[in-house]
Ligand binder design. Structure first.
Ligand code: F6R
Length: 367
């Protein structure tokens, strides 16, 4: 049942190409197709502001929506933890779209955020992996991630599927608002549709990551750095390590190093760095290379996740894990893979139950 693995999470990590393919399937034909749609074209056209609300890993997926939606649709996007959103007084109205992301569709804080948004007449679009769950039932439109059931408490394949779903929502808005030509939408979708294959090839890093995990299982703490779309991936890498291996882990925007976190760097501290593509964004790439040099000079042991063939960063990396080269916005789909494996394997080496981390529940229906 675990597909020959010691724990479900590894099986689910390996199912990510199918989870992505199934999520994309049927959701694009001459434009984006939602599973449930109770909003008119006009409602969508009138959207002037987007809030994305979610918790935990779904929030990290949500952070990525901002990069895509603002870039494609020129609509301001705010991404907020559902537990914060619901207790303040966000400015909402008929021209606001609230995108609620929840694998279970039952998370209490996300559900309450949806309910609050509706009292303010905002439009609500749910992204969920669970057919007929409460959040989709209370939303105006639904896009299901068809990742299949996830047994491991830690979200893996649903995270990748949520990222793809966010990008579909971005394309749907771009389509409704006419900020992209149909050919452009199709091209973006084709790039997405190539991702199951890219993730499949990213899975070839599993063995190397397992070996690496053996060497770092006793570390006191691990830091994760990234910029742009690599930043939410850093947050997710740290969350996975905390929840599974019970280790102190922090994700930072690499540009923030000098504003505090660099004081944490000490001899032998493992720091995982998500490199952007050297071709896609050479300026960001150069910034990260200089961040790596700064932390290496202070004794950090750098574990660098880089695009295949990135020879520029190689001399500055103590360890390098190569993932396939893909378009910038899609990079989290491949770079998250080694981080998931790292967390699971460190947890296993430390003797913990990878599928059932202590104190955590798969569905958080209390606040
Ligand atoms: C982490 C994890 C949690 C969930 C969070 C939201 O691995 O699984 O952080 O992402 O509890 O859950 P859903 O998506 O069901 O609302």
């Amino acid at each position: 049942e675990k597909g020959g693995h010691d724990y479900f999470m590894l099986k689910e990590i390996e199912e990510q190409p199918e989870a992505l393919a199934n999520t994309l399937r049927g959701h694009f034909s001459d434009g984006v197709v939602l599973d449930e749609q109770r909003l008119s074209e006009q409602d969508l056209r009138d959207i002037g502001k987007v809030f994305v609300v979610a918790c935990g890993t779904a929030y990290h997926a949500g952070l990525l929506a901002k990069y895509a939606i603002e870039h494609w649709c020129r609509i301001p996007v705010e991404v907020e933890l559902a537990s914060e959103f619901r207790y303040r007084d966000p400015v909402l109205g008929r021209d606001t779209l609230v995108v609620a992301i929840s694998q279970s569709g039952e998370t209490a804080d996300t559900l309450e955020a949806v309910r609050h948004a509706r009292t303010q007449h905002a439009r609500v679009l749910a992204i969920s992996n669970t057919n007929g769950s409460q959040i989709p039932r209370e939303s105006d439109a639904v896009l299901y991630t068809h990742a299949g059931p996830e047994i491991g408490v830690a979200a893996t394949k649903t995270f990748l599927a949520q990222i793809a779903a966010n990008y579909l929502v971005g394309l749907a808005l771009a389509q409704a608002r006419g900020t992209k030509y149909p050919e452009e939408l199709e091209r973006e979708f084709e790039e997405l549709a190539a991702m199951p294959e890219a993730v499949r090839s990213a899975l070839s890093t599993v063995e190397q990551t397992r070996e690496l995990a053996e060497r770092f299982s006793e570390a006191k703490a691990v830091l994760f750095l990234g910029r742009h779309v690599g930043y939410p991936v850093a947050l997710e890498g740290a969350l996975k390590l905390k929840e599974l291996a019970y280790m102190h882990a922090e994700g930072f925007a690499a540009g923030e190093l000098k504003h505090g976190p660099i004081a944490l760097i000490e001899d032998g501290l493992p720091v995982v760095v998500n490199m952007p593509s050297n071709k896609g964004n050479s300026q960001l790439h150069a910034k990260l290379v200089s961040n790596i040099r700064e932390i290496q000079a202070r004794g950090a042991h750098t574990i660098v996740i880089a695009e295949e063939g990135d020879d520029v960063v190689r001399p500055f990396a103590d360890e390098i894990i190569e993932v396939p080269a893909v378009p910038t916005l899609l990079q989290p789909l491949v770079s998250a893979v080694p981080l998931q494996v790292l967390a699971a394997e460190v947890a296993r080496n430390r003797g913990y139950d990878v599928d059932k981390p202590r104190n955590l529940a798969k569905s958080v229906t209390v606040e």
